[in-house]
Design a protein around this ligand. Structure first.
Ligand SMILES: Cc1cc2nc3c(=O)[nH]c(=O)nc-3n(C[C@H](O)[C@H](O)[C@H](O)COP(=O)(O)O)c2cc1C
Length: 166
């Protein structure tokens, strides 16, 4: 029984959220690993009993190659242009029985729709992860971050709650 968190992050905010979630899961006594999407094999280890997939919202959805290139032009150094969670999901070996929960980061702007977590959950389901569902959105102050006040604590608490489903 263990949790794998696959995360994409261009400026480091989604990675910080993933690490805070992992802290909460670990505090509840469940083994957890955070894996950057570009380094994550497309076959999920059989001992993983809960998969989390998260990353930034770009252009109302998951990132694309061109939006990642745009982020890099804006100073992002954490991620890379080639692979994001969209591409990882497309290539992943589906595990229909595995619970999967998505999360994302985005800016808090009124009336701006769209969430990478929502798109990722739907894409995972279409790709054969039948038990995928949308989890939490965490807010950043602006495109490069930082995380909005309290979001790190909220991520940790959510991790503790998720651990009971692992
Ligand atoms: C090209 C680009 C497009 C973006 N589009 C959106 C958007 O549609 N909605 C939104 O809330 N935030 C948008 N953002 C802000 C990102 O969500 C923010 O940079 C991200 O949450 C930071 O997380 P990261 O540090 O993990 O990359 C965009 C950022 C970039 C660079």
């Amino acid at each position: 029984m263990s949790v794998l968190i696959v995360v994409e992050s261009m400026f480091g905010n989604s990675l910080a959220v993933a690490e805070a979630i992992a802290e909460g899961i670990r505090a509840a006594g469940v083994p957890v690993r955070v894996s950057k999407v570009a380094d994550t094999p497309t076959v999920v280890d059989p001992e993983v009993s809960l998969l989390l997939v998260g990353g930034p919202t770009h252009a109302f959805s998951m990132t694309r190659r061109n939006t990642r290139a745009d982020a890099i032009r804006q100073g992002a150094t954490e991620g890379q242009e080639v692979t994001g969670i969209r591409e990882w999901i497309d290539r992943a070996d589906p595990r229909p029985e595995l619970p999967v929960v998505t999360f994302d980061t985005r800016v808090k702007v009124k009336l701006v729709p769209g969430s990478a977590a929502k798109s990722a959950a739907s894409s995972l389901q279409h790709h054969g992860f039948a038990r995928a569902h949308r989890g939490e959105t965490f807010f950043v102050e602006g495109t490069p971050g930082p995380l909005a006040s309290g979001e790190s604590d909220r991520a940790r608490a959510w991790g503790e709650e998720l651990a009971s489903h692992a």
